[in-house]
Design a binder for this molecule. Structure first.
Ligand code: CP
Length: 302
């Protein structure tokens, strides 16, 4: 595999290898000197055409922990604003002897398009509503860390499934690793093809929470909604918002996840997001080790 474009394209064995490699890097990250020389001959460009906090910073940190040389590009403030194309932009970056491209783009399929036109390794850091493979890897890695394994676990993804690349990549990863997957949200925020993905569908959030071992809660992606969707944010919170009282009232412990950014008070109350149920900041921590593993494994295949 030369690129990581999506979880759909990789096998359960590939995912296990990424996890085992990330286990080793997590040990490195817990040492006083958190750096290894593995990629000191590699230059990586983080090319972001869309906003990001977690993904961009954790890729940059992962690259620096691996001793790679790093350059960062944001489309805002670049010559994209003067009309330069995606391919011209990336080819100009590659002309500076860059080896790998980590790219986030608002158009689904943008990294796949690039992979047909350039020689460098590409890692998809999120392409529109399509896939966010490293997020799904760090999510499943975090479930494995908390519960011992992913196989056999019941995982519900709650929220705006229709506009979420995190949901699609998570469904692929969780199914490949042997979890049972449910999605839960208003019918207007579920894609029409959802049943074809082999997931359970539940419209009642309380029933979904009672069913699951893990709840991965997504935000409403207002920036991707072309029209005024039902429900409104107020209605969404009324019917689908999760608070600590709901979690505490379950007759078992469940694990609460969120890829971030959280819209506090909409999909999650602060007392739920910051409760003992939550592994949200562990997900962020694991993002660095997972991205180190992905970059290291791709570079070793060059
Ligand atoms: N989870 C995630 O992709 O967050 P950012 O958009 O901040 O990178």
């Amino acid at each position: 595999v030369r690129h990581l474009l999506g979880i759909k394209d990789i096998t359960a064995e590939d995912i296990q290898l990424i996890f085992e490699t990330a286990d080793n890097f997590k040990d490195v990250l817990n040492r006083p000197i958190k750096k290894v020389p593995s990629m000191r001959d590699i230059t990586i460009a983080n090319v972001f055409f869309e906003n990001s906090t977690r993904t961009r910073l954790s890729f940059e940190l992962a690259e620096k922990r691996l001793s790679a040389d790093v350059i960062n590009f944001s489309s805002s403030g670049s010559s994209v604003k003067k009309g330069e194309t995606l391919l011209d932009t990336v080819n100009n970056i590659l002309a500076m002897k860059v080896d790998m491209i980590v790219m986030r783009h608002s158009s689904p399929g943008a990294p796949h398009f690039l992979s047909r036109h350039i020689d460098a390794n590409i890692v998809n850091a999120g392409d529109g509503t399509h896939e966010h493979p490293t997020q799904a890897l760090l999510d499943s890695f975090s479930i494995r860390e908390k519960l011992g394994e992913v196989a056999g676990k019941k995982v519900v993804i709650i929220g705006d499934i229709l506009h979420s690349r995190v949901a699609l990549s998570n469904i692929f990863a969780l199914q490949k690793l042997g979890a049972e997957v449910m999605v839960c949200g208003p019918v207007t925020l579920l894609p029409k093809y959802i049943k074809e993905l082999g997931v359970k569908v539940e419209f009642d959030v309380r029933k979904a929470l009672a069913w699951c071992d893990v709840a991965n809660v997504l935000r409403i992606q207002l920036e991707r909604q072309q029209m005024k969707y039902f429900p409104s944010l107020r209605e969404y919170t009324l019917y689908y918002g999760i608070d600590k009282k709901m979690l505490d009232s379950l007759d078992k412990e469940i694990v609460l996840m969120h890829p971030g950014p959280i819209n506090r008070g909409v999909e999650l109350s602060s007392d739920a997001a910051d409760s003992h149920h939550s592994i949200i900041l562990n997900q962020v921590e694991n993002g660095v080790a997972i991205r180190m593993a992905v970059l290291y494994l791709l570079a070793s295949k060059q």
